[in-house]
Design a protein around this ligand. Structure first.
Ligand code: PMP
Length: 427
């Protein structure tokens, strides 16, 4: 028995399913989750001393690779001053200034400790600000596990085949209107019926929790128009895309400005951080300035701020995203070529530092319905084949993949060579 197998058995005694977050359990792909003990640059090392090229990057944060020295040093330097005070610190100002400089649609920003908290707080703020209860989300988008947002959600919910969760009161879920992603007509229709009751639209501007699906031309622009027309708050959930698809997030790539933005992952450098921010006139409704309550014992934690700020400084270097994007292009174009050479129906998507892999006859996948039609069994076989070859992909057909600055051309070529063998075995 491998150490991972032993540990997985031991983990299941006191941890539900042996994991502290569901997708980690390999339910979507079958088999035993790999237990890791160390990361370095583009690589992960498991408890059996196997080495993997990592395309999960802790589900997004590790855009510089593991154990980046600037981030680790920043945390080390902060460590000796104490782990947290629950009182204001100077580094929180530096962080807020940096985020608002990088994303000009943010006049103000509040730090929290996870992406879930960021989106939950942003929709409460939108509801408090507009004095409306209804919210709009899109099928297959995931915005964390707060009650209002666990309706037809993506990511682990799709992986487990349970898009809506028991435990969410129907009386709350009825305020969540779920529409078809990338279909602006469905949005216009819903707003024509009840637009004046809708507090906010929340959207992943590049959907990363139903594989990786970029917005079709006009979709984000259309959301902006509809929100302007009905006085509805437009929230871009950039927990995944922020500092990932470009320094300024998807809003800079597609040139559409939301009213509120939620952030997570990269902003914490690998430590637990989230944030939400946006227009001053909306953000001023948050306590203690306004009446919409939101708080956090560990919010703005100095270690987490040190890690996040070091990360944001590093990714702000000129040329960072051009280089990252070129690596993703090399990977996705290469995978497509290798699949074609092996006669496997397969396509990819990519925006900046994130990508999607689809086992489908279709040339491009642009909708939730199409992503659900992809061959999930074939993905599972591909996933396990790659794992055996020392390549760690997200253990689900419904997750985006991530490349880091630490990945080299050699790493990508090794990945393509592995994929060539695995595709051949899938014929
Ligand atoms: N929003 C999006 C777009 C996400 O991808 C995620 C997590 N993958 C979340 C929100 C929730 O963030 P967290 O897991 O940090 O609560």
């Amino acid at each position: 028995m491998s150490r991972s197998e032993e540990l997985f058995q031991a983990a299941q005694v006191h941890i539900p399913g042996g994991v502290n977050s569901p997708v980690r359990a390999f339910k979507g792909v079958g088999g035993t989750p790999v237990f890791f003990k160390r990361g370095e640059g583009a690589y992960l090392f498991d408890e059996d001393d196997n080495k993997y090229i990592d395309y999960v990057g802790s589900w997004g944060p590790m855009i510089l690779g593991h154990c980046n020295s600037a981030v680790i040093d920043a945390v080390r330097n902060s460590l000796d001053n104490g782990l947290g005070f629950g009182a204001p610190t100077e580094i929180e100002i530096e962080m807020a200034n940096k985020v608002c400089e990088i994303m000009p649609s943010l006049d103000m920003v509040r730090m929290v400790s996870s992406g879930t908290e960021a989106t939950m707080s942003a929709i409460r703020l939108a509801r408090g600000y507009t004095k409306r209860d209804k919210i709009v989300k899109f099928e297959g988008c995931y915005h964390g596990h707060s009650d209002s947002l666990l309706v037809k959600a993506g990511s682990g919910m799709l992986t487990l085949g349970e898009p809506s969760s028991p435990g969410v009161p129907a009386s709350l879920a009825e305020h969540t209107i779920t529409l078809t992603h990338n279909d602006i007509e469905s949005v216009r229709k819903a707003f024509a019926e009840m637009g004046d009751q809708i507090a906010c639209i929340i959207v992943e501007p590049v959907a990363g929790n139903m594989n990786c699906i970029p917005p079709v031309p006009g979709f984000l622009e259309g959301l902006r128009e509809v929100c302007d027309e009905y006085g509805t708050v437009l929230i871009f959930d950039e927990v995944m895309t922020g500092f990932r698809v470009a320094l300024g997030g998807a809003q800079s790539v597609y040139n559409v400005q939301p009213d509120l933005t939620t952030l997570g992952k990269v902003i914490g450098g690998g430590l637990p951080v989230g944030a939400f921010g946006g227009k001053k006139e909306i953000m001023e409704h948050i306590a203690p300035l306004g009446a919409v309550y939101q708080a956090g014992t560990l919010s703005g934690n100095p270690l987490a701020m040190a890690a996040g700020l070091a990360m944001l400084n590093a990714v702000s270097e000129p040329g960072f995203y051009e280089q990252l994007g070129a690596k993703v292009e090399l990977l996705t174009e290469g995978l497509q070529a290798v699949a074609m050479a092996n006669g496997i129906p397969f396509t990819t998507s990519r925006v900046g530092g994130m990508f999607g892999l689809f086992f489908t006859e279709q040339e491009k996948v642009t909708s939730f319905a199409e992503t659900m039609k992809c061959d999930a069994d074939r993905f599972s076989k591909f996933f396990h084949g790659m794992l055996e070859q020392g390549v760690y992909l997200a253990p689900s057909a419904f997750e985006a993949g991530f490349v880091s600055a630490a990945h080299t051309q050699d790493d990508i070529e090794a990945t393509l060579a592995a994929a060539d063998q695995v595709f051949a075995s899938l014929k």
